[in-house]
Structures are given as structure tokens and as C-alpha cells.
Design a protein around this ligand. Structure first.
Ligand code: HEC
Ligand code: HEC
Ligand code: HEC
Ligand code: HEC
Ligand code: HEC
Ligand code: HEC
Length: 267
């Protein structure tokens, strides 16, 4: 029993290392404020600017995943949206909010790209086009983390609990961008039984996931969702960024936090 668990664990570790090496990425564990950082660089460097940096922690505190990844239409893969400065200027993608007009609390959200870089604008460009990754921006990561329940890994924040306790209230719709949708019936929580003996079952909560993700982030692209158990997925595939791994490797709490899914430690 123990053996099968450890065999698979080893397989996972080895594949993990292999994948890391294959992509030429050195798998250094990111600092809490670096977790969820996306560096977007299809055209910036070519145009003589630093790559654009997008922090999930800054934004997921304020907006749901669904709003950005469904209504605004960002791909869930770094660089895949092919964002152009011209799109941002016309009010798409980052420019949906970063238009110099949107109000957030008592702040006016700074505008995204412009055609030319006048000196006066350069500080604004640098908010996104920058080489430095830091935790102290106008939104201060340490201050935010201090205010929210602690998590073990990832951002070191238990985002689920933060939302549940009402400490953050991510906005799910924007006027003029989101289409009014009828509320859908939310499926009951269910458990998935891991195929290895000694591996505790996984409780999957539709209710908790829907708060952040709506339905469309998962169905039908990640999960066909016709009937539970109809799609077979393995931990190795999940580590490869499929199924649960689409979110739980880079933005939601990471896969190394085994016990948050496998409810009890393996016996
Ligand atoms: C304010 C908008 C916004 C919000 C809110 C947001 N995202 Fe993202 N997300 C993005 C952008 C922009 C990218 C990068 C897309 C690109 O480079 O083409 C991205 C990329 C990703 C990626 C790919 C990361 C990588 O390294 O390849 C994942 C996974 C992801 N988001 C999941 C989520 C989840 C889960 C949530 C909610 C907890 C969320 N996002 C909330 C805008 C957002
Ligand atoms: C759904 C709305 C929305 C979208 C889409 C969005 N942002 Fe933001 N972003 C905000 C808000 C609101 C703030 C906080 C307001 C402020 O700092 O003025 C912010 C802040 C930021 C900051 C400053 C963080 C700080 O505290 O200094 C950066 C950098 C940033 N966004 C980059 C991006 C990039 C890059 C994109 C597109 C890939 C993007 N954002 C898309 C709403 C959005
Ligand atoms: C809210 C974030 C944000 C701000 C602020 C911002 N940009 Fe961008 N910009 C982006 C993103 C995201 C991309 C796409 C990055 C990529 O793929 O290389 C981009 C791409 C560009 C490109 C690449 C060429 C192209 O056509 O896409 C240029 C040039 C550019 N921006 C100019 C500017 C200038 C000049 C400023 C300051 C006046 C500025 N940007 C401010 C987010 C921003
Ligand atoms: C985070 C991902 C995720 C989100 C978000 C999500 N689902 Fe699912 N859903 C699943 C998974 C995983 C299954 C199990 C079936 C599978 O493996 O394909 C499932 C199964 C289902 C099933 C079949 C249930 C059964 O008992 O067999 C239905 C119906 C469904 N989902 C509807 C919805 C609706 C409606 C929403 C939005 C309110 C939603 N889902 C949001 C992941 C998700
Ligand atoms: C579309 C993105 C996405 C997918 C796919 C996804 N999750 Fe999540 N999940 C999230 C987000 C966002 C949270 C909120 C917590 C966080 O961000 O760390 C979360 C939270 C959770 C939690 C904590 C909620 C609780 O009950 O306390 C568990 C457990 C979990 N996910 C398991 C799974 C499993 C198992 C799968 C695959 C069947 C899965 N997730 C697929 C985005 C996703
Ligand atoms: C985001 C949730 C999540 C996390 C975190 C997670 N798992 Fe899993 N795990 C799953 C799901 C879902 C399955 C498949 C269950 C099914 O198909 O019924 C699974 C299956 C397994 C299995 C059964 C064999 C197989 O490949 O299907 C093993 C062993 C396993 N996980 C080990 C681990 C270990 C070790 C960790 C930590 C390094 C971990 N898991 C972290 C969700 C998770």
C-alpha cells in the first residue's frame, strides 16, 4: 500500500524535474509575491521596451478569474493572448480597465499603452513594462498578505478562506463588457477517488470553484463534465498542467500542497 503511493510520488517528482529541464526552466520555488506572475513578451523587447509584467495577486484580490478569462478573453497561458499595444489603446485586454478612466476605490486606474513615449508618460509605461519584480507597488503585497488568512504555499495566502470570510470581494462583472447571464444551477460537491490505495479521496467543491471560475473556465475545455468519473485523469497529467493542473500549478494553490486536495495525509 505504502509502496504504490511512493512509487507514484517518485514518478511525479521525476516527471516534474524532467519537464522543468525540458523547458529549460530552473525550478526555483517562487517567492510568495512572485507566484502567479506572468511575463508577457511577444513584442515588447522587439520594440525596445521591457516585457510587460502581470501580477495575479494584484488583480485576483479585486476581480474573479472568470471576468478576465471569459468576458475579457485572456488565454490561460502566458503569451497566448497575443496582446498588442493597439488593442490596449482601443480598450481591449489590459485596456478594458487600464484606460485612464475606470475608478477603483478612490484611484483612477492608469492607462495602458500609447503610441509614443513622451517623457511624462514614461513612468506610467514602467508600471507594466519593467524588469523589476517587487512586492511593494501601490498595492503592497506584504500588507495584503498580513490582512488575509495564511496559506502554506503559493502566495502564502488562503484565497479560498479570504473570499469565504468576505475579506476580499472579487468583482465578477463589468458594465459594457460582461453579458448578463442567467444563474446556473450549481452542482453538488462530490468526491473523486484516487486510483491508488492509501491515497485519500479528493473532495471537489463546485460551489467554491464557481465563485471564482463560473462554469466556462472548466467546461467544456478542461472537463467535458458530462458525468463525473467519465473523464479519467491521473496525477501525472495533472502535473503536466492538464485538468486541475491548468490552474493549480501557476495561480491557484500549487500541486505540492497535496493535502489540500487529498484531504488527509497518505497512510
Ligand atoms: C485582471 C485579469 C485577470 C484575473 C482576475 C485573473 N487572470 Fe489569469 N491571466 C490574466 C492574464 C492577462 C494572463 C496572461 C495571458 C497572456 O499572457 O496571454 C493570465 C494567465 C493565467 C494563467 C497562465 C499562467 C502561466 O504562467 O502560463 C493561468 C493558469 C491563469 N491566468 C489562471 C487564473 C485564475 C485561476 C484566476 C483566478 C484566481 C485568474 N487567472 C485571474 C488575467 C487575469
Ligand atoms: C478587470 C480590470 C483590469 C484588467 C483587465 C487589468 N488590470 Fe491591472 N489593475 C486593475 C486595477 C483596478 C488596478 C489597481 C489600480 C491602480 O493601481 O491604480 C490594477 C493595477 C495594475 C498594476 C499596478 C500594481 C500596483 O499596485 O502598482 C499593474 C502593473 C497592472 N495592473 C498590470 C496589468 C496588465 C499588464 C494587464 C493586462 C495584461 C492588466 N493589468 C489588466 C485592473 C485591471
Ligand atoms: C497596464 C499595463 C501597460 C502599460 C501601463 C503600458 N503597456 Fe504597453 N503593453 C502592455 C502589454 C500587456 C503588452 C503586450 C506585451 C508583449 O506581448 O510584448 C504591451 C505591448 C506594448 C508594445 C509592443 C508593441 C505592440 O504593438 O504590441 C509597445 C510598443 C507598448 N506596449 C508601448 C507602451 C508605452 C509607450 C507605454 C507607456 C506610455 C505602455 N506601453 C504602457 C501593457 C501595458
Ligand atoms: C474548477 C472546474 C469546474 C468548474 C468551475 C465547474 N465545474 Fe462542473 N465539473 C468539474 C469536474 C472536475 C467534474 C467531474 C466530471 C469530469 O471529470 O469531467 C464536473 C462535473 C459537472 C457535471 C456532471 C455532474 C455529475 O454529477 O456527474 C455538471 C452537470 C457540471 N459539472 C456543471 C457545472 C456548472 C453548471 C458549473 C457552473 C455553475 C460548473 N460545472 C463549474 C469541474 C468544474
Ligand atoms: C479554472 C481553474 C481551476 C481548476 C481547473 C481547478 N481549480 Fe481548484 N481552485 C481554483 C481556485 C481559483 C481556487 C481558490 C483557492 C486558490 O486560489 O488557492 C481553488 C480551490 C480549490 C480547493 C480548495 C477549496 C476548498 O474546498 O477549500 C480545492 C480542494 C481544489 N481547488 C481542488 C481542485 C481539484 C481536485 C480540481 C480538479 C478536479 C481543481 N481544483 C480544478 C481554481 C481551479
Ligand atoms: C488540485 C488538487 C490536487 C493536488 C494538490 C494533488 N492531487 Fe493527486 N490527484 C488529484 C486528482 C483529481 C486525482 C485523480 C482522481 C481520480 O481520477 O479519480 C489525483 C490522483 C492522485 C493519485 C492516484 C494515482 C493517479 O495518478 O491517478 C496519487 C498517488 C496522487 N494523486 C498523489 C498526489 C501527491 C503526492 C500530491 C502532492 C505532491 C498530489 N497528489 C496533489 C488531485 C490533486
Amino acid at each position: 500500500m505504502k509502496k504504490s503511493f511512493w512509487t507514484i510520488f517518485m514518478v511525479i517528482c521525476i516527471t516534474g524535474i524532467a519537464f522543468g529541464a525540458q523547458n529549460g526552466v530552473k525550478k526555483k520555488r517562487p517567492k510568495p509575491f512572485e507566484y502567479g506572475l506572468v511575463i508577457i513578451n511577444n513584442n515588447s523587447l522587439k520594440s525596445g521596451l521591457a516585457p510587460a509584467m502581470f501580477d495575479h495577486w494584484v488583480h485576483r484580490e479585486k476581480f474573479t478569474c472568470r471576468l478576465c478569462h471569459v468576458d475579457i478573453g485572456f488565454a490561460m497561458k502566458a503569451g497566448a493572448t497575443q496582446i498588442k499595444a493597439a488593442d490596449n489603446m482601443r480598450g481591449y485586454f489590459c485596456g478594458t480597465c487600464h484606460n485612464g478612466k475606470m475608478k477603483y476605490g478612490n484611484r483612477t486606474v492608469f492607462a495602458a499603452c500609447s503610441k509614443d513615449v513622451a517623457k511624462a508618460d514614461y513612468n506610467r509605461c514602467k508600471k507594466c513594462h519593467t524588469e523589476t519584480i517587487d512586492s511593494r507597488k501601490e498595492d503592497d503585497f506584504e500588507k495584503l498578505a498580513e490582512r488575509l488568512p495564511k496559506g502554506r504555499l503559493g502566495n502564502g495566502i488562503d484565497w479560498e478562506k479570504a473570499e469565504e470570510l468576505g475579506l476580499i470581494k472579487p468583482v465578477d462583472t463589468l458594465e459594457g463588457v460582461s453579458i448578463k447571464r442567467a444563474g446556473l444551477v450549481i452542482q453538488k460537491d462530490f468526491s473523486l477517488t484516487a486510483k491508488t490505495e492509501g491515497m485519500p479521496e479528493i473532495i471537489f467543491s463546485h460551489k467554491k470553484h464557481t465563485v471564482w471560475n463560473g462554469c466556462e473556465l472548466c467546461h467544456p475545455d478542461l472537463f467535458l463534465g458530462v458525468r463525473k468519473g467519465s473523464t479519467k485523469y491521473s496525477m501525472v497529467e495533472i502535473f503536466d498542467g492538464k485538468y486541475c493542473g491548468a490552474c493549480h500549478t501557476s495561480v491557484a494553490f500549487p500541486l505540492t500542497d497535496c493535502q489540500r486536495c487529498h484531504t488527509k495525509p497518505p497512510q
